[in-house]
Design a protein around this ligand. Structure first.
Ligand SMILES: [Zn+2]
Length: 411
């Protein structure tokens, strides 16, 4: 296996409250072997000079939709699963160049399994790109957020929604996700803003339905991610044992306390709120979203301030696919704008996200961890904007992006 030494000007290790200063990282194959002030160079080891850079664990985005193009959802439905998977691969690679070495995809709009096929191809190294964790479909009540028939009024029988309205059918959908290889169960227990015919202020699962979903997932050892908006929806998700609350747009103090006590993670998708505010101001927001977002935008920002003042576990997630992947890196800045410290934002995108994924071998720079490593000029704790300047990306010990003069592996 190849040996590599990274000479680092400064280090954010994923866990410390401050940068830990200059260091050298010895990479042996796909793992970090040593992180020390200086390491002995094994014969033949390649040395990469990052002495003008701050080095960090690879970033993790825990909420993307690689196969969903919000602007063209209806047209996209007519594409084959293979076409969606290939486009998704291209997006995943592009996104990795920003520093994202692991992604969790939270749902495709396809009767088949394009994100599962993509994950298998990536994780077996059949194709190169970020590692992927997948919830294939969004299980929902009819008239809930995952019921997409409203987007295809004239073709509403297209089998693109994973919807169920009784406990038996809900269990069957969870079991189907398991059979076909989903890592996670994704559900929505309230409506959303951009969807037609539902409302984030309304809870769409009855308690016994949500309980049937989460207990079936638990039996199959699958974690559950819940798209949720209303405070009552956030609380239902926590009560039923959700591992992550996605968006949690309108969570209140009681809901946050419940999440904290339960050890649930919040993925607050704060950049999306910034994108939505811009669209509202520019008058480009789709009409089905305008009345809901106008009603709730102050409430969403108030919930984000509560979140920043709490001690709940916050993980990095963007909802890219709903807006361009080129903006996903801005979540770090949106988190700080909402009042999180830059260190908490950096941990959200590294060690805390890895913990959410149940992967203790990711998100931290330490001996034994997988060598997913990025580097950027500047100090991201002093200026979170530095995260948008990543110019070195390594995944599994292989260099995917490097400033000129450094070794490269072609994708
Ligand atoms: Zn989403």
């Amino acid at each position: 296996m190849s040996m590599l030494v990274l000479v680092c000007g400064n280090v954010f290790d994923g866990l410390s409250e401050a940068l830990t200063g200059p260091a050298e990282i010895l990479v042996d194959g796909n793992r970090i072997a040593k992180v020390e002030r200086s390491v002995k160079r094994p014969p033949g080891a390649q040395v990469i000079d990052l002495s003008e850079r701050t080095v960090s664990p690879g970033f993790i985005d825990t909420h993307v939709h690689l196969t969903m193009d919000a602007a063209n959802l209806a047209l996209q439905t007519l594409q084959s699963s293979a076409a969606k998977a290939l486009k998704a691969l291209s997006l995943a690679r592009e996104y990795m160049s920003y520093g994202f070495t692991s992604l969790r995809d939270l749902g495709s709009v396809d009767p088949e399994w394009p994100t599962i096929d993509l994950r298998n191809a990536l994780n077996s190294s059949l194709v190169k790109g970020p590692r992927l964790f997948v919830a294939a479909h969004i299980i929902s009540a009819s008239a809930g957020h995952g019921d997409l028939r409203g987007f295809y009024a004239s073709r509403w029988t297209l089998p693109v929604s994973a919807i169920a309205d009784d406990v038996g059918s809900i269990k069957a959908l969870v079991r189907r996700e398991h059979s076909f290889g989903s890592d996670w169960i994704k559900t929505a227990n309230t409506g959303g803003y951009f969807s037609a015919g539902d409302d984030p202020a309304r809870v769409t699962w009855f308690d016994d339905e949500m309980e049937a979903l989460t207990s079936t997932a638990r039996q199959l050892n699958m974690p559950v991610a819940v798209h949720t908006g209303a405070a009552d929806g956030c609380k239902q998700a926590v009560r039923c044992g959700a591992r992550s609350l996605e968006h949690a747009y309108l969570i209140d103090a009681e809901g946050l306390e419940m999440a904290e006590r339960a050890g649930a993670y919040i993925v607050p998708t704060m950049q999306m709120t910034q994108e939505d505010l811009q669209e509202l101001q520019a008058g480009t927001m789709p009409c089905q979203a305008v009345w809901k977002f106008r009603r709730d935008s102050d409430g969403i920002l108030a919930s984000q301030r509560l979140l920043a003042g709490s001690r709940v576990k916050i993980a990095y997630g963007t909802d890219c696919g709903m807006f361009p992947f080129s903006h996903g890196i801005l979540e770090f800045q949106a988190m700080v704008k909402a009042g999180l410290s830059s260190v908490r934002a950096l941990k959200a995108g590294t060690s805390v996200a890895a913990e959410l994924l149940g992967r203790s071998d990711l998100g931290v720079l330490a001996p034994g961890k997988l060598a997913d490593i990025v580097a950027m000029p500047g100090d991201p704790i002093a200026d979170i904007g530095a995260t948008a300047k990543v110019d070195f990306v390594m995944k599994d010990g292989a260099v995917y992006r490097a400033t000129s003069g450094l070794a490269r592996q072609n994708l």
